[in-house]
Design a protein around this ligand. Sequence first.
Ligand SMILES: Cc1cc2nc3c(=O)[nH]c(=O)nc-3n(C[C@H](O)[C@H](O)[C@H](O)COP(=O)(O)OP(=O)(O)OC[C@H]3O[C@@H](n4cnc5c(N)ncnc54)[C@H](O)[C@@H]3O)c2cc1C
Length: 524
Amino acid sequence: MSASASERANLRGQPIRRVVIVGGGTSGWMAAAALARMAPPDLSITLVESDEIGTIGVGEATIPTLADFNAFLGVDEDDFVRQTQATFKLGIEFVDWGRMGERYLHPFGVHGHPTPEFKFHQLWLRLVHWAGDDPERRALVGDLGDYNVGTVAARLGRFSRPQAGVHNVLSTIRHAFHFDAGLYARYLRAYAEARGVVRLEGMVVGAQQRPQDGFFEAVRLRDGRVIEGDLFIDCSGFRGLLINGVLGAGFIDWSRYLPCDRAVAVPYERTAPPDPFTRATADLAGWRWRIPLQHRMGSGYVYCSDHLSDQAATDRLVSQAEGRLLADVRPLRFTAGLRERFWVKNCVAIGLAGGFLEPLESTSIHLAQMGVARLILLWPDLAFGQAEIDEYNTAARLEYEQIRNFIILHYKATRRVDTEFWRRCGAMQIPDGLAHKIELFASSGRVFRFQDDLFTEDSWLAVMLGQGVRPQGYDRLVDRIAHDELLTNMGRLKDVVLKSALSLPAHQTFINTHCRGATGIAPA
Ligand SMILES: Cc1cc2nc3c(=O)[nH]c(=O)nc-3n(C[C@H](O)[C@H](O)[C@H](O)COP(=O)(O)OP(=O)(O)OC[C@H]3O[C@@H](n4cnc5c(N)ncnc54)[C@H](O)[C@@H]3O)c2cc1C
């Protein structure tokens, strides 16, 4: 053991008393709010942010885990929706991804009824094989989305929160939100400051490190202030001011799998009721997002600069706006990938400072949330045990890899060949684990969730089928059920799902009734 390590071992059991968070974007304020919620009374939390630098200002679509985060904070969901001008999200609609003219929904929540013996989708696949190319039979069986109440409600523009009762199809609804990122940061800031977090405005220009081991002792601001701490959380965005700028944690570049490296974003006036889903439309060299909020529509174009100029992307985005533009078009640049280590010494990178996977499945805010949750689970003492640090880094890497693979699937499993970009995606080499997953599904429709993969079997199914991966066979054990009985039961279930979705209010009506923001939607 080196001298510095043995000195640190003497600090075993001694609590962290001062946390310094650098950065006040969504990640910084999520970290501040969660720690303020958990902190013992003698833990001081200081957040430094620079108005001059500002935040990235995008990041409006989420996944259902955000509701868990809000619940952990103890905030009232209606209040949160009102304050952030949020709408509800039942999934993502993918347009033109498999082939031009095709669309599918990746919903949250399950398809059909889980049975103890069989996977539901295998029952459905059996009927799909029976139906073959016969249009009448195919209509009878329907697509897998017909058995997911979130998908059907989304198609109808309806929404409600899940209802009670295990046998009630409406209990399987899962929802997330679209929100104004700036308002969410403000919301969390109010929460955190009310619980003792101190916010400092200022530009961090340097850090002081312990000579013996390089652990941070303080950060220095441009105006000369020195902010001391025991634990430093780097939420400084892409620049990774501490984790990379000072500690040189390195970056693993995944652009060979996810080649999109730029985006342009612009909000516009919303001209129709808000859909309860995000839309992701595949375009010439990437895809466009459309995110309905109460007070506006968020839009953007994520693209690959090898295949499209900034001007062409901007023109394309602007030409697709359905209402008056509300701001200038904002350009953004990024590289897909992650830090070799998220946690080094007494510094943990959370949010964009730690890594970035493009927003196709709205996972960045979730990754920041998991970064905070994992830090709380492995909360260190002043000794900063290497075992905890290693555990954090290993788990974070695995999580990024699993999400990366799911996003790659959308690009790889395309049948589009109309542009150089899509031909490149269809031909690209993909990670072995993902290749195996696609082969297994194409063979017998089997899909398994690996470890703590964020995406459930239902998610993999929705995207594989939506992209056009067609299983050649199915699990023959489901042949045990008599054909007529299966057909009747599936038909009944499809009916129940449709009737249940039809019983829900319009999304806009739901918002107006429960959680309309100050300048939100006009009455339905
Ligand atoms: C095109 C695009 C679309 C996206 N869409 C989504 C989406 O739909 N859903 C989703 O979940 N995520 C999305 N994301 C990601 C999302 O925007 C981020 O995960 C989220 O905003 C968190 O960012 P952050 O807080 O880590 O960084 P930032 O917002 O960049 O905040 C960095 C903070 O650090 C501060 N700072 C930096 N340097 C200094 C300094 N020297 N001194 C003091 N302060 C400093 C800044 O002032 C700022 O407060 C998207 C990202 C991109 C690029």
